[in-house]
Design a protein around this ligand. Structure first.
Ligand code: NOJ
Length: 572
C-alpha cells in the first residue's frame, strides 16, 4: 500500500484495520488510581476515596476516559488491599460506601467511567469464610471453599505439593503454624500469594454464586466495569499435581505454565460473568489481569462471550528495541483481531518498576522487582526521555491504553527507599532478595511547595517522597510548555481528535528501512519513534502535532527526529 503525501509517497504494510465495534472500552484511555497513594483527604498519610474525588478534575483535564481503582475494600492490608476481608464494604482507611457513591457521581458528572478491582482468586485470612473454615476443621464444608489438604510425609509435616508462592517461599501454610491456631490442626491451605491470602476453591458452585452476587452489588452501585485480579489463576488442575517449576508475576509470563495457571476451566467463569454484565446497560466491561503467554492464549480471555479486555503485558515487558517493539505491536494486534477484541497497551502499574526508571537502566527493558540502595540506579534524565518517547508511541496505537498514576508527571521510581520502610510482602517472603513494589507506590506530589507535596491534608505520607519530587509536582508542570504533564494532555487531546484509539495501523517501510526507527501511520497521523543514534528526517513539509523531545533541524527543508524521541505529524 502507498500513501500519497504532498512531498513524499510512503510505502506501508497494513497491520490492523479500525475497531470491531463502537463500545467505549475498545479505544478508552484508562487511568489507574492506586487509592493509598493518590490523595489523602483525612490527613492520616494514606490516600482515600474523598481524596480521589477531590482530584478528579485533574484527570478530566488530563483527558482520560475512565479510571480504574485498585482495591479499597475492607482488608487488613497484608497485600495493600489485594487481601479482601469483605467484598461489599470499604476499608475505613479509605472511607465508606457513601464515599464510593460520591466518587461515582462526581466521576460520571465529569464524563469519566469507573472500573473497580475484583480479587476473586483469594480472600484475606480475615474473611468470614476463612475464619469459619479454621474453626470448622478438616472435612467441613467451610474448608471446601478453600484448598485445605493433609500434608505429606510420615506426620504430614511436608506441604501437599511443591508449588511456590509468587511472593516467594512455599504456597502452603500449615494451620497449626498460625498464631492462636488449634495445635492439633495439621492441615495445610494453599495461598499462591501471601500466607494471609488463601486461594478460593472455584470448583465449588457456592464460590461462583457468591462472586456473581458481588459483581451485581457493584454494578447496581453504578460501576462501569471490573479489573479482574489474577484472572488466569482461579481454576487449578485437578488433584493439584506437583509441577517442579517456578511461578512469577513480574518476570513475565514465561514461567506461568504450571497447573495453577491458565487452565481451560477458567473460561466458564468469564462466560457466566459476561452474561451478568450483559444484563446491565452502558457497555460494562471486564478486563483481565492475566500473565499468560503466548498472546494467542491471552486472546482466549477476550473471546466475544468472555471478558472485554486483557492487559497486554508483552508490550510492558518488551525491551527498548525497534525490532522487538515492532514484533510485539504486530503480534498483539493480530492476536486480538483474531477474536474481535481491542488490544490494550500499558507501560506502568503498581506491580512493576515505573517505566521512567526501567528505561533508564543500562539494559533498557530489564525488569527488576524493585530497585533499592546498592542496586544499579537508573539514569533519571535518560529514563524520562525514553519514557516520554515510549508513551507517545503507546498513545498513538489503536486499542485501549492504561496509564498509571504519576506517569503523567514523569515520576521516577523511588529507587533509594530504606529497606526497613518496605511494606510489600514480596520483600519478606523472598528472603529480602526482591525489593518489591513499594518504589512505584509512593504518594503523588501535587504541589511543589506544600508539606507532603500536597498529597495529604495532614502533611504526612505512608511512604516517604524523595525531595527531588518537588520538580515533578503537578502544579510545577501545569501550563509549562514541554512539561511531561502538558505532553500527556496534548497527546490525549490529539488522540481523541484524530480518533487514534479506534484507528488503524500500518508500518511505514521506506522511512524505517534506512533507520533504527519505528514508523507507523494511524489514520492521518504519521508517528516516528527513533531508537537509533542517527536522527531520522521527517518528510518534507510534515506538520508536527506533538513531540516527546526537541526536534533537531534537518537540512534546510525538514526537521529530524533525534534519538529516543517520538513525534506525531500530520500527513495532509
Ligand atoms: C496482582 C496485583 O496487581 C498485585 O498487586 C497483587 O499483589 C496480586 N495480584 C495478588 O492479589
Amino acid at each position: 500500500m502507498t500513501i500519497a503525501h504532498p512531498h513524499a509517497t510512503l510505502t506501508t504494510t497494513p497491520v490492523h484495520d479500525g475497531p470491531a465495534g463502537p463500545q467505549w472500552w475498545r479505544s478508552a484511555v484508562i487511568y489507574q488510581v492506586y487509592p493509598r497513594s493518590f490523595a489523602d483527604a483525612s490527613g492520616d498519610g494514606i490516600g482515600d476515596l474523598p481524596g480521589i474525588t477531590s482530584r478528579l478534575g485533574h484527570l478530566a483535564a488530563l483527558g482520560v476516559d475512565a479510571i480504574w481503582l485498585s482495591p479499597f475494600y475492607r482488608s487488613p492490608q497484608a497485600d495493600a488491599g489485594y487481601d479482601v476481608a469483605d467484598y461489599r464494604d470499604v476499608d475505613p482507611i479509605f472511607g465508606s460506601l457513601a464515599d464510593v457513591d460520591r466518587l461515582l457521581d462526581r466521576a460520571h458528572a465529569l464524563d469519566l467511567r469507573v472500573i473497580v478491582d475484583l480479587v476473586p482468586n483469594h480472600t484475606s485470612d480475615d474473611h468470614a469464610w476463612f475464619q469459619e473454615a479454621l474453626v470448622a476443621g478438616p472435612g467441613s464444608l467451610a474448608r471446601a471453599r478453600y484448598h485445605f489438604r493433609d500434608g505429606r510425609g510420615a506426620h504430614g509435616e511436608l506441604p501437599p505439593n511443591d508449588w511456590e508462592s509468587i511472593f516467594g517461599g512455599p504456597a502452603w501454610t500449615r494451620v497449626d503454624a498460625r498464631p492462636g491456631a488449634e495445635a492439633s490442626d495439621h492441615q495445610w491451605y494453599l495461598h499462591m500469594f501471601d500466607t494471609r491470602q488463601p486461594d478460593l476453591n472455584w470448583d465449588l458452585p457456592e464460590v461462583r454464586a457468591e462472586f456473581e452476587e458481588i459483581l451485581r452489588f457493584w454494578l447496581d452501585r453504578g460501576v462501569d466495569g471490573f479489573r479482574i485480579d489474577v484472572a488466569h489463576g482461579m481454576v487449578k488442575a485437578p488433584g493439584l499435581p506437583d509441577w517442579g517449576g517456578t511461578v512469577a508475576m513480574i518476570d513475565g509470563a514465561a514461567a506461568n505454565h504450571g497447573p495453577m495457571f491458565d487452565q481451560d476451566g477458567v473460561h466458564d467463569i468469564y462466560r457466566s460473568w459476561h452474561r451478568v454484565l450483559a444484563e446491565y446497560d452502558g457497555d460494562r466491561a471486564l478486563v483481565a489481569e492475566a500473565w499468560v503467554e503466548p498472546l494467542a492464549r491471552l486472546a482466549r480471555y477476550v473471546r466475544p462471550d468472555e471478558m472485554h479486555q486483557a492487559f497486554n503485558f508483552a508490550f510492558l515487558t518488551s525491551r527498548w528495541q525497534t525490532s522487538t517493539l515492532r514484533t510485539v505491536i504486530t503480534a498483539s494486534l493480530a492476536a486480538s483481531d483474531e477474536v474481535g477484541a481491542p488490544t490494550t497497551w500499558v507501560l506502568s502499574n503498581h506491580d512493576v518498576v515505573r517505566h521512567t526508571s526501567r528505561l533508564g537502566l543500562s539494559s533498557p527493558g530489564a525488569r527488576p522487582n524493585g530497585i533499592g540502595h546498592g542496586d544499579e540506579q537508573p539514569d533519571e534524565a535518560l529514563g524520562l526521555r525514553r519514557a516520554r518517547a515510549a508513551t507517545l508511541l503507546m498513545l498513538a496505537l489503536p486499542g485501549s491504553a492504561y496509564l498509571y498514576q504519576g506517569e503523567e508527571l514523569g515520576l521516577p521510581e523511588h529507587t533509594a527507599l530504606d529497606d526497613d520502610l518496605r511494606q510489600d510482602p514480596a520483600w519478606w517472603r523472598s528472603g529480602h532478595t526482591e525489593r518489591g513494589r513499594d518504589g512505584c507506590r509512593v504518594p503523588l506530589p501535587w504541589s511543589r511547595d506544600a508539606p507532603s507535596f500536597g498529597f495529604s491534608s495532614g502533611g504526612r505520607t505512608w511512604l516517604p517522597q524523595p525531595s527531588s519530587w518537588s520538580a515533578y509536582a503537578a502544579d510545577a508542570q501545569v501550563g509549562v510548555p514541554g512539561s511531561t504533564l502538558e505532553m500527556y494532555r496534548t497527546a490525549l487531546a490529539l488522540r481523541r481528535e484524530h480518533v487514534l484509539g479506534a484507528g488503524s495501523l500500518a508500518w511505514v517501510d521506506d522511512l524505517a528501512e534506512t533507520s533504527d526507527a519505528i514508523v507507523l501511520v494511524n489514520g492521518d497521523v504519521l508517528v516516528v519513534t527513533n531508537l537509533g543514534t542517527t536522527p531520522v528526517p521527517l518528510p518534507v513539509g510534515a506538520h508536527v502535532l506533538v513531540s516527546s523531545g526537541d526536534l533537531a533541524d534537518g537540512d534546510a527543508r525538514s526537521l529530524s527526529v533525534p534519538t529516543d524521541t517520538t513525534v506525531w505529524v500530520t500527513l495532509i
